[in-house]
Design a protein. Structure first.
Length: 113
């Protein structure tokens, strides 16, 4: 699926790929992205407060469970692809070398999320 085509907003789709923090997102969407990054980069640091933040923004337990499953699945499949050196699709941006050189470093260096 191509989010830019599906949503009709290629600009936001590109912002999400490059850095969701620059995208014009609703607070709920931003919180879910923050949650996904934290779960991806610091799974052992997750606390009940992370779940409570989502609940405060209107997510119910079923939605949170589904989100965790989707986040976990993508983490799993990306690690498989990384381990087997699966090439990215041509349409993916930024270039694989740029993304691999910086993936996660912005989040880890500035202490957020």
């Amino acid at each position: 699926m191509d989010f830019g085509r599906e949503s009709g907003d290629q600009r936001v789709a590109e912002q999400l790929v490059l850095d969701y923090r620059t995208a014009d997102l609703m607070p709920e969407d931003r919180a879910l992205c923050d949650y996904a990054v934290r779960l991806t980069l610091r799974p052992a640091a997750m606390t009940e407060a992370d779940v409570q933040r989502l609940r405060q923004l209107g997510f119910n337990d079923a939605a949170i469970t589904i989100a965790v499953q989707v986040i976990g699945y993508f983490n799993y499949i990306n690690r498989i692809a990384d381990a087997l050196h699966v090439d990215s699709e041509d349409w993916m941006t930024p270039p694989r070398e740029v993304w691999l050189a910086t993936k996660g470093t912005d989040y880890l260096n500035d202490g957020s999320p």
